[in-house]
Write a protein that binds this ligand. Structure first.
Ligand SMILES: NC(=O)c1ccc[n+]([C@@H]2O[C@H](COP(=O)([O-])OP(=O)(O)OC[C@H]3O[C@@H](n4cnc5c(N)ncnc54)[C@H](OP(=O)(O)O)[C@@H]3O)[C@@H](O)[C@H]2O)c1
Length: 341
């Protein structure tokens, strides 16, 4: 499809992108990232141009900044939602709203790889970058498909006030589970108890984690949904119930620190040998057959108010460097999105 005159009027000569200027040291600094202005080239057949509206910040990008996967002085990749303003791709027409992988910039050219259309909806667009997007899908698949959650079980969720964790906490609660949640501040723990409905909330910065976990789960943990790794994984492995399952969703404690993935304190060795615990990581994209079921279930819970999406929206692409450092430091709760364009 060729671009019409009105669409060409929207075509910019230049776009702004977030670039990685140097590989981060032990702790990421905001000036590891910078904003560059680049020319927008003409579309090739099979491409479309997207005016991004929301770009999502995901902590796992920090790993790619360090390990060489993310290039220096070039556009970074990440999830975004925007409007197609010009198209030479039959499946992504002008005017369509699209979720895609060309984040960290205000205008993006896509081939359609890792892109999906968002059907017309009355739901807030922000939901599609969080609870009805990849993060929500990760929570849903991890909890119900990989974790095989059953009502009445005791569930422990780490980084429970984060984007994925806040959804997991609420989904486990409405499934009829006893939920223990951990986070890094008293304010987040108060939200987890008072709003998200966790039965217990542990501030992992406040004293020894294993003792707090044992007190909160005297009969052991049936399902541990772990976003964090490190000390919290070590602590939980010593408190797993017989036949317990550990779902490894991420290891955010290792993303911006030199903390080892497991400190191997040995506190969990006997428990792991005798309790027949299973531990599994997963890739939600290998379970895309569950996407329609996920959209129906989580969309229904959000619209009825059974669960809520915790979303913090910042304005302008210049906000990205500080916002990314703040994300790793746990400054905000839930999902951080940046509105651009
Ligand atoms: N969102 C997605 O689309 C997606 C997709 C695939 C996989 N994942 C994985 O799932 C996990 C959760 O993702 P998310 O997007 O919801 O991120 P997130 O949990 O919101 O990550 C940010 C939070 O991590 C916590 N944190 C930072 N350093 C920590 C440390 N050393 N120990 C414990 N907690 C720490 C902070 O909260 P506190 O204040 O509690 O410290 C911060 O708010 C991540 O490991 C991610 O890689 C996410």
């Amino acid at each position: 499809m060729s671009a019409g005159a009105s669409d060409m009027a929207q075509r910019p000569a230049t776009a702004r992108e977030v670039h990685l200027l140097r590989r981060p040291g032990a702790r990421m600094a905001a000036d590891d990232l910078g904003i560059a202005t680049v020319a927008v080239p003409p579309l090739q057949p099979g491409q479309f141009l997207v005016r991004n509206r929301l770009i999502a910040l995901d902590p796992v990008r920090r790993v790619f900044f360090a390990d060489g996967t993310a290039p220096l002085n070039a556009a970074l990749f990440g999830f975004a939602i925007g409007t197609v303003t010009e198209s030479r791709h039959p499946d992504f027409p002008e005017g369509a709203i699209v979720a895609h992988h060309g984040g960290f910039r205000d205008w993006a050219i896509s081939t359609g790889a890792n892109a999906r259309l968002i059907p017309p909806t009355d739901d807030p667009l922000e939901w599609h970058a969080d609870a009805l997007g990849v993060g929500g899908f990760f929570a849903y698949v991890g909890l119900f498909e990989i974790g095989q959650l059953r009502p009445g079980e005791t569930v422990f969720v780490s980084s429970a006030a984060g984007s994925v964790g806040s959804l997991v906490t609420q989904m486990a609660r409405i499934t009829g589970c006893r939920v223990i949640a951990s986070a890094g501040s008293e304010a987040k723990c108060a939200w987890l108890r008072e709003v998200a409905g966790a039965d217990a909330a542990i501030n992992y910065r406040d004293g020894e984690i294993a003792g707090q976990l044992s007190a909160a789960a005297p009969d052991g943990i049936d399902l541990f949904f772990d976003n964090v790794g490190g000390q919290q994984l070590d602590a939980a492995l010593g408190v797993m119930a017989k036949g317990g399952r550990v779902v490894i969703a991420g290891m955010v404690s290792a993303y911006d620190a030199l903390e080892p993935l497991s400190e191997r304190h040995g506190g969990w060795t006997k428990q792991m040998l005798t309790s027949q615990v299973s531990l599994r990581s997963f890739d939600a994209f290998e379970h895309t057959r569950l996407w329609p079921k996920f959209q129906r279930a989580v969309g229904g819970w959000l619209r009825s108010g059974a669960i809520s999406a915790q979303i913090h929206v910042l304005d302008g692409i210049e906000a990205v460097p500080d916002a990314f450092v703040d994300l790793l430091a746990g400054v905000r709760q839930g999902k951080t999105l940046v509105r651009v364009g």
